[in-house]
Ligand binder design. Structure first.
Ligand SMILES: NCc1[nH]cc(CCC(=O)O)c1CC(=O)O
Length: 310
């Protein structure tokens, strides 16, 4: 029987779904058909901060619960931290490059942008970190799909935009990137570059099939990053960054988690890290969140809640 993969209709969602469909076919020999689901988020032009990112996800989850589709592929960083009832993340495939990328006119890097340059980005996390660089950049809030954002540079409306490298890569447009931003300067969003493959928890055969696409180090990294986010209860548009790397250490596999909470104007910037074993990924995320709170992160998170989005 052909498996039905529910997907949003954006170029990025289709590329991500196609990628998972192809690897599932290769790993299991099963046929997969893409079923397009239109979400309220796709229909609206309101800022994502007003809509709540949940709108992009809930239509897919409703279709799963109604058995109109068998599984769905999400950008993991767009998922709320609470797991949906009756559903399961059956696979977290190998992550794309999780870093952010700059696309600037004239092939320029961040350091080459003169003071007053207009740099577009939507995420509060990126806005805050751009301000924290102290380069006198004018940060312009933008939204829209990857293509729309890139066109603001090629059309001359903005000097540069900052986007997830993974999204650009999945659309085959990495040649337009002028600088891949070092996480030292721009720590990525929790789970950036990772996909979540979700199905019904009671669909046991499918849980097993999809599980073959799971990449354990990616799952451990994302688990740590999202545990940090969940503990800070920040929601996905808050200025919280987290990035975990899994590598072979002296005593087996080690996870190295970095986290940051930044005030929207960039004047307060708390960065900390922790290490441990991948098996303790969630604990490490929670512990680092507690460390950040200890250093005053809560006052930064609290202060953004009452301010209008810039
Ligand atoms: N919030 C939108 C979104 N969700 C996932 C990606 C890119 C792919 C990824 O981060 O996994 C993007 C675009 C962006 O942040 O530039």
């Amino acid at each position: 029987m052909t498996l039905r993969l529910g997907t949003r209709g954006s170029a990025l969602a289709l590329a991500q779904s196609q990628l998972v469909a192809d690897s599932l076919r290769a790993a299991t020999g099963r046929d997969v058909e893409l079923v397009e689901i239109v979400t309220a988020g796709d229909r609206s032009t309101a800022p994502v901060q007003q809509l709540g990112v949940g709108v992009f996800v809930s239509a897919l989850r409703d279709a799963l619960a109604a058995k109109e589709i068998d599984f769905a592929v999400h950008s993991y960083k767009d998922l709320p931290t609470a797991q949906a009832e009756g559903l399961l993340i059956a696979a977290v495939p190998l992550r794309e490059d999780p870093r952010d990328a700059l696309v600037a006119s004239g092939g320029r890097t961040l350091a080459e942008l003169p003071p007053g340059s207009r740099v577009g980005t939507g995420a509060l996390r990126r806005i805050a970190q751009l301000h924290a660089l102290g380069l006198q950049l004018e940060v312009v809030p933008i939204r829209g799909n990857v293509d729309t954002r890139l066109r603001k540079v090629s059309g001359g409306e903005l000097d540069a935009v900052v986007l997830a490298r993974a999204g650009i890569a999945r659309l085959g447009r990495t040649d337009e990137i002028t600088e891949t931003l070092d996480p030292m300067l721009m720590l990525p969003a929790p789970a950036q570059g990772a996909l979540a493959v979700e199905c019904r928890i009671d669909d046991e055969d499918l849980v097993e099939l999809l599980g073959r696409l799971d990449h354990a180090p990616t799952r451990a990294a994302v688990t740590a990053e999202r545990a940090l986010l969940a503990t800070l209860e920040a929601g996905c548009s808050a200025p919280v960054a987290a990035f975990a790397e899994v590598a072979e250490g002296d005593s087996g596999e080690e996870i190295y988690l970095r986290g940051a909470v930044i005030s929207p104007d960039g004047t307060r910037d708390i960065r900390l890290s922790r290490t441990g074993t991948p098996a303790a990924a969630a604990e490490i995320g929670r512990a680092l969140a507690a460390d950040l709170v200890e250093c005053g992160a809560e006052t930064l998170l609290g202060s953004t809640e009452n301010e209008p989005h810039p």
